[in-house]
Design a protein around this ligand. Structure first.
Ligand code: CMC
Length: 431
């Protein structure tokens, strides 16, 4: 962290405390309160971390006001248009775009780790067939630490690297297996002559009796979905991975923790919830009813795929996703898709309503992604697993950055305690 010359002054009970201010390369200045408790004996209070920078990072930057998302400085729309997922993985992990030789080497390293230990097949069989694929993924990814002992020592940079490559390579295999298991079909092994996205589509949709011919436009759309979800700064699941890893937990356990956090409907689970909502609305004439429910304070219903903690403008990923939805449905010859029609009308109606514009609620990445995934043939239960496999590289990049940070400390927030103070135990017969 660069030395700062600017300071903020905090006065408590007439006593002044000087707090250093750090100037980032982009974004608001950050007041450093690390010594505040030692010097002034007070904590700060910020539930939901709305004003707290939890780490010093160089990976991803979001300007929520402008609707800008940068990975290592490169805007997401350029990466979605000109790059591809594994190149973005390299960029996130190592900080720069790869040379052709570096990319070839990286792709071959990932490709050579796509299979999972054969013994892991039996883990899947222990789950009920109707288990949510996210439930299976949390368990199986955590279980990788039981199968790959040679990459769990986080103090060894080589082992960290191997664990990273293993997870990027194996997550599509695990997600596809979770899907195959849920529909009672045999697992399809990865094929290393296919690119990352095509291989995933084939593992999901091929069967031993009939191979799956991968359409390059669909594989491009799949790759773009992976790219758009690759990283997103210090969101809930990434912060979960960082907090878990701050204790020294092994990398597979930390990523499993991230997957568990991502599952929630306010986070990665929103893509499933959004498509289900669009299908429940069904026809554009029912939109006003759902908009009214979203605005009603006494109704817990929220417009899924709308709003974001950081974006107070269009989520730049939603723009690319909307365009991709048009392309995919066009390719598949799905004209007048009723869900897409409802989505477009709902977007228009919400953006014309002061409730949403005043609160700066815009469509987020999940608003259109479900429509594409459904058109490709995925059930809604696979939407969040696809988000999880895409985000794995972001979690890993943030985890690697954290492990090599000399400031690394176990994450241990404090609290504002409003409970009882010391009191004596009451015997049960006297209560
Ligand atoms: N529909 C209706 N009202 C909303 C919505 C929504 N989708 N989102 C926020 N609001 C209202 C909320 O009721 C509150 O109103 P008031 O100020 O009157 O109490 C105000 O807007 C601010 O909301 P908040 O809950 O304080 O904002 P937050 O930053 O804590 O929550 C969010 C962000 C994404 C959890 C929330 O917008 C939401 O629940 N959206 C729907 C779920 C969703 O699409 N999640 C995917 C996020 S993008 C993918 C990812 O990163 O995982």
């Amino acid at each position: 962290m660069a030395d700062s010359t600017k300071t903020a002054k905090l006065t408590i009970d007439g006593k002044d405390y000087e707090l250093p201010i750090h100037s980032p390369t982009a974004g608001p200045e950050v007041i450093d309160i690390r010594k505040l408790y030692a010097q002034a004996g007070v904590f700060t209070y910020d539930p939901g971390f709305t004003s707290t920078a939890s780490c010093d990072s160089t990976i991803t930057y979001i300007d929520g006001g402008k609707g800008e998302l940068l990975h290592r400085g490169y805007p997401i729309d350029q990466l979605a248009e000109k790059s591809h997922y594994l190149e973005v993985c390299y960029l996130l992990l190592y900080g720069e775009l790869p040379s052709p030789a570096q990319l070839e080497d990286f792709e071959s390293r990932v490709t050579n780790h796509t299979m999972i230990h054969e013994q892991m097949m039996y883990l899947f069989r222990g789950y009920r067939r109707d288990a949510h694929p996210m439930a299976i993924m949390v368990g199986v990814v955590g279980a990788l630490s039981a199968f790959y002992h040679d990459s769990t020592d986080i103090s060894d940079p080589w082992q960290r690297e191997v664990a990273s490559i293993r997870m990027i390579a194996k997550l599509p295999t695990i997600a596809a297996m979770a899907y195959k298991y849920s529909i009672g079909q045999p697992f399809v092994y990865p094929r290393n002559d296919l690119d990352y996205a095509s291989n995933f589509l084939r593992m999901c949709f091929a069967v031993p009796a009939a191979d799956y011919e991968v359409n390059p436009i669909l594989s491009r759309a799949m790759d773009r979905i992976f790219t758009l979800h690759a990283d997103h700064e210090q969101n809930a699941s990434t912060s979960t991975v960082r907090l878990a890893s701050s204790s020294g937990a092994n990398p597979f356990a930390c990523i499993a923790a991230g997957i568990a956090c991502l599952w929630g409907p306010a986070h990665g689970g929103a893509n499933q919830a959004c498509l289900e909502m669009l299908q429940e609305i069904g026809t554009p004439d029912r939109i006003p009813e759902f908009i009214a429910r979203a605005k009603d304070k006494d109704d817990p219903f929220r417009l899924m795929g709308f709003g974001h903690r950081v974006y107070k403008n269009f989520d730049p990923r939603a723009k690319v996703m909307k365009q991709s939805a048009d392309e995919v449905l066009d390719l598949l010859g799905i004209e007048d898709n009723p869900t897409l029609q409802v989505a477009k009308e709902l977007e228009k109606a919400a953006l014309a309503d002061p409730y949403f514009t005043d609160k700066k609620l815009f469509p987020n990445v999940d608003f259109y992604s479900g429509i594409i995934l459904e058109a490709m043939g995925f059930p809604t239960s696979m939407f969040t697993p696809i988000f999880a496999l895409s985000r794995t590289v972001g979690w890993i990049s943030q985890w690697k950055e954290m492990i090599s940070d000399p400031q690394l400390k176990i994450g241990r927030p404090r609290q504002l305690y409003h409970g009882e103070t010391l009191r004596d135990y009451v015997d049960i017969e006297n209560r």
